[in-house]
Design a protein. Structure first.
Length: 99
């Protein structure tokens, strides 16, 4: 059970990182200065890394918990990041119920 809680925590911080990096990517989008251009490029790579993380964590959680693997895979496949966020709240609620 402790391993599942750790996955949920990592997943939560990956979602936060995704939104923060996405907002910083948009905020520095029309940058003409070198410093802001560099920040835009770094936030671009951070968006990609956090997106890959939030796409993989629901599937890893479902395999580790041995529940709803096909449902999780299809939700993440069809709805991408939004599906991952929905699955986060679904699994977090089911983890509280089972505790």
């Amino acid at each position: 059970m402790n391993k599942l809680k750790n996955i949920i925590e990592i997943w939560r911080w990956a979602i936060v990182l995704f939104w923060v990096s996405l907002l910083s990517f948009m905020a520095t989008g029309s940058a003409t200065y070198n410093a802001l251009s560099t920040a835009h490029t770094l936030s671009y790579f951070l968006v990609i890394a956090s997106f890959v993380c939030i796409m993989g964590l629901p599937i890893y959680y479902a395999i580790t918990a041995r529940r709803r693997i096909i449902f999780t895979f299809l939700t993440v496949l069809l709805f991408n990041a939004v599906g991952s966020i929905l699955m986060y709240f679904y699994f977090k609620k089911s983890l509280k119920v089972n505790s």
